[in-house]
Write a protein that binds this ligand. Structure first.
Ligand code: FE2
Ligand code: FE2
Ligand code: FE2
Length: 183
């Protein structure tokens, strides 16, 4: 594998792994603040980030040993409003900078497995960004967000918020039964 794409996969694995842990903590804090829907949103999105991390990791099966992941992360947990803003910052970076660049590099280097893994995450992070924005809008008015069942594709992490999973995942094509419900 070409070195730059390989390092981008390692770094993206680091970023997704940290996002997973951060969102689990944010979910606990939201629950303590009696914000069950925002807590559930963090829980669902944490699962999606695990799926992204695993996908990037699986693309590195040719490696055989330790490497260093250089992954930015948002630190400074606070109350749920602050945590949502940290989460939004992370998702925005992934959507506006990280994944578009990683996808272009992977395509340029003809690393199609990596490019697919990055594209699936990119499609999902756009959804995450919108869901966190919705949560912030509600919480700024002092309310928990309105949230239907959140569905996460167990193959690609794509995240939907409605009652009906599509017959085929719009991102990876997996069947409906591959969606995990958070309700
Ligand atoms: Fe992700
Ligand atoms: Fe995300
Ligand atoms: Fe999917």
């Amino acid at each position: 594998m070409r070195a730059m794409t390989e390092q981008n996969l390692i770094d993206a694995f680091g970023g997704e792994s940290q996002a997973h842990m951060r969102y689990l903590r944010f979910s606990e804090i939201a629950s303590q603040e009696k914000l069950p829907n925002i807590s559930r949103l963090f829980m669902a999105i944490a699962r999606a980030e695990t799926i992204h991390a695993h996908s990037h990791y699986n693309n590195l099966a040719h490696l055989n040993g330790g490497r260093t992941a250089n992954s930015g992360a948002t630190f400074g947990p606070g109350n749920t409003l602050k945590n949502l803003e940290l989460a939004l910052m992370g998702e925005t970076f992934e959507v506006e900078e990280m994944y578009p660049v990683y996808i272009e590099v992977a395509k340029f280097q003809k690393e199609m497995g990596a490019s697919k893994s990055f594209e699936r995450a990119f499609a999902t992070e756009k959804k995450h960004k919108a869901l966190f924005e919705k949560a912030i809008t509600a919480l700024e008015k002092g309310n928990d967000m309105k949230l239907d069942t959140v569905q996460v594709c167990s193959v690609c992490g794509y995240t939907l918020e409605d009652h009906i999973a599509p017959d085929a995942c719009p991102v990876c094509g997996a069947k409906k039964e591959n969606y995990i419900d958070f309700k």
